[in-house]
Write a protein that binds this ligand. Structure first.
Ligand SMILES: N[C@@H](CCC(=O)N[C@@H](CS)C(=O)NCC(=O)O)C(=O)O
Length: 206
């Protein structure tokens, strides 16, 4: 049976849970990280030497890095449109997955930590506001793309929507000032209508 290690309120764990749910896969989730600890235990470090979540086990395979896990699940268990066999469609999905991690994650993290995760006395409002401004600039680029297509992956939901989709829930739930981005908001609305997104992503942030 598929097993994933990681607390359910982690954005990176949500990517895996949502992807598995979209694929109709049964997955056993084991709490780890944050208040649950475990990630520094030698047994866990033998699975993921980074001491981070998520980590997937599928029989003999042990895999860490949330985007790699999503790619693996889709490649092994997925069908179109989630699995894109056409190289150009696949590359378009990869592009958004990589962009979310390489470009959006750092400012998003500044906002999330200082608006949600840290205790109020630890929060840095300057860091949060700078992060909000940077995210707003980056999400304006996403909004422009979504003016011409319903999903980041094209005409149907695909892997490319998964990382940003998980971040979008937090973005729209956090007590921050957001710019009005109508196409992004419509895309998010479409996400919230999906049962698997409701089940796996629209859950506690803390
Ligand atoms: N690039 C990694 C990042 C993993 C990561 O930073 N995970 C966070 C949770 S979102 C973590 O393990 N934090 C430590 C903890 O929860 O104890 C991935 O995408 O899987």
């Amino acid at each position: 049976m598929l097993k994933v290690w990681g607390r359910a309120n982690s954005t990176n764990v949500k990517k895996v849970l949502w992807c598995a749910d979209e694929l109709g896969l049964d997955i056993e989730r084991i709490d780890a990280g944050g208040e649950f600890g475990i990630v520094d235990d030698p047994d866990y470090r033998a699975l993921n030497p980074n001491g981070l979540i998520p980590c997937l086990q599928d029989d003999e395979l042990v895999l860490w890095e949330s985007n790699a896990i999503v790619r693996y699940l889709v490649a092994k268990y997925g069908e179109a449109p989630l699995a894109a066999h056409d190289p150009a469609r696949r590359a378009a999905a990869d592009k958004w997955m990589d962009w979310a991690t390489s470009t959006l994650t750092a400012p998003f993290r500044d906002v999330f930590l200082n608006a949600v995760r840290l205790s109020p006395d630890q929060r840095d409002s300057t860091c949060r506001d700078r992060g909000v401004a940077q995210c707003a600039t980056l999400l304006t680029r996403v909004d422009a793309v979504l003016a011409d297509q319903p999903w980041l992956s094209g005409e149907a939901l695909g892997m490319g929507d998964i990382p940003l989709g998980c971040m979008a829930y937090a973005w729209f739930e956090m007590p921050i000032e957001r710019p009005t981005l109508v196409h992004l908001e419509r895309w998010y609305q479409r996400l919230t209508e999906r049962v698997s997104y409701q089940r796996q992503v629209m859950t506690s942030l803390t």
